[in-house]
Write a protein that binds this ligand. Sequence first.
Ligand code: HEC
Ligand code: HEC
Ligand code: HEC
Ligand code: HEC
Ligand code: HEC
Length: 340
Amino acid sequence: MKTNVRIAILTAVLGTFGGVIAFLSSGGTGAGQGTQQARRWESSQQCRDCHQDVYEEWHGSHHQIAFTNPEVRALSDDFRKEECMDCHLPRPLAVTGFGKRTLPRRTHFDEGVSCITCHLAADGGILARNDRPDVPCAPKASPDFFAVEACASCHNQHWTTDQWRASHYPAQGTDCSTCHMPAVERVRKDGSKRQGRGHVFPGAHDAAMLRKAAEFAASRDGNDIVLTVTNVGAGHNLPTEERHRAVDIVYRIVAAEGPGPWQRAWRFRQPYRDEAEPINPGNATAENTQLPAGQSKAIRVPIPAGATAVEARLWYRLTPFCDDADPRSTLLYERRVELP
Ligand code: HEC
Ligand code: HEC
Ligand code: HEC
Ligand code: HEC
Ligand code: HEC
């Protein structure tokens, strides 16, 4: 697309949010031409009538709550830090350019990352995997729209997309949506069935998803207990994205008089830029200890005299500043090794 055309469209969308794009969409490739009434797509509510199931999956997801999420409001000083709006209340991806950082909008505050953000075409139409001139929203195929670059616009700030690229998954054809948009069955209005893609986007707030990420083993090797975590199911580092996510291995020694206190054996985490303490003793100050896809980390704990068993747990924490009882901590796995 010529730069001046791009700017013209951008200006149209920035100005009145789509004021002119309905006209642009009535020209174009001929999909639906003549039969389709040009419609100005501006809210997820408009998709709801015909895509009720998709709407319900998205509604309540972290994409939908991106601008209303209390955690985000607190950290962004109620969005007085305006740069936080870029991805939490974004304009359509196709308008800013796939793979480019999104720009903020000033409308539909309760829709966060909305149907419009991902699906609106630069010409005002709807983007999809397939060309469907036969259906009312007349979607047009766009490989850019369902490519990893589309997610990267917002999901590479902390290198999640780069981590995925460095893993074995791209070669297998496993991309972000393979894991985060699993296949689901949809029922058409006439009762026939078709395959759809989930719009819940499970991640760090979904215990089942978190458990898929890791395998956790505890075994005895001579005078040590070996605690091993393997990233078997995350397509990027574990944990990924936000620097305050943490995965902890903890253990306690059980003796005749009962169990001792829980102690941390290892923390997987990407530290803040200015963090003064290393993540684990022995790490350098800014060292990232996230566990890359497919890799294992083994920690050895010496067995003290009198121990009758060792218990170990693997925790996921949305923030490192919370204890086991906090709802922001999720127990992933528990292991026990008896010491005869
Ligand atoms: C008046 C009803 C109607 C509205 C409103 C509507 N759609 Fe659709 N849409 C359909 C129908 C019907 C299909 C075809 C489903 C099927 O395959 O049977 C469809 C298909 C799609 C597809 C899948 C195309 C493919 O790759 O096969 C996408 C994506 C889509 N719609 C997005 C949207 C979005 C986003 C909105 C709101 C901005 C929207 N639609 C509004 C009726 C509608
Ligand atoms: C480049 C895009 C981008 C910008 C800019 C951005 N975020 Fe985010 N934010 C994201 C993405 C993507 C996620 C989801 C990944 C995750 O949860 O780790 C996220 C998640 C969050 C979460 C976690 C929410 C939860 O419920 O756990 C908080 C809090 C947050 N952002 C705050 C902010 C603040 C504050 C700013 C401004 C200083 C900001 N973000 C700017 C993309 C962005
Ligand atoms: C326009 C920006 C944007 C785009 C594009 C985008 N996301 Fe997000 N995504 C976010 C933000 C912002 C959040 C977190 C919102 C919050 O928690 O407040 C998020 C949350 C998520 C989460 C849930 C994280 C959690 O902690 O529960 C997953 C998974 C996710 N996105 C995957 C994807 C995938 C896969 C794609 C590409 C198909 C994608 N996203 C495209 C901005 C975006
Ligand atoms: C974060 C980006 C994102 C958001 C937000 C989003 N979608 Fe999608 N949607 C996609 C992607 C990517 C696909 C294609 C997946 C594939 O085929 O690989 C898709 C597929 C679809 C499909 C076809 C598959 C199916 O399940 O029927 C429909 C219909 C659809 N979206 C409608 C919507 C509606 C309606 C909303 C808002 C309620 C919405 N989408 C929000 C990215 C998004
Ligand atoms: C092989 C499956 C798989 C693939 C591929 C994959 N993920 Fe994930 N993703 C997971 C699992 C499992 C988790 C939960 C563990 C974690 O947070 O690392 C997760 C977590 C996330 C989260 C939540 C992070 C947070 O802190 O809230 C986001 C966001 C996310 N993935 C985005 C992406 C994006 C973007 C891509 C593509 C570049 C992608 N994922 C590829 C499986 C996958």
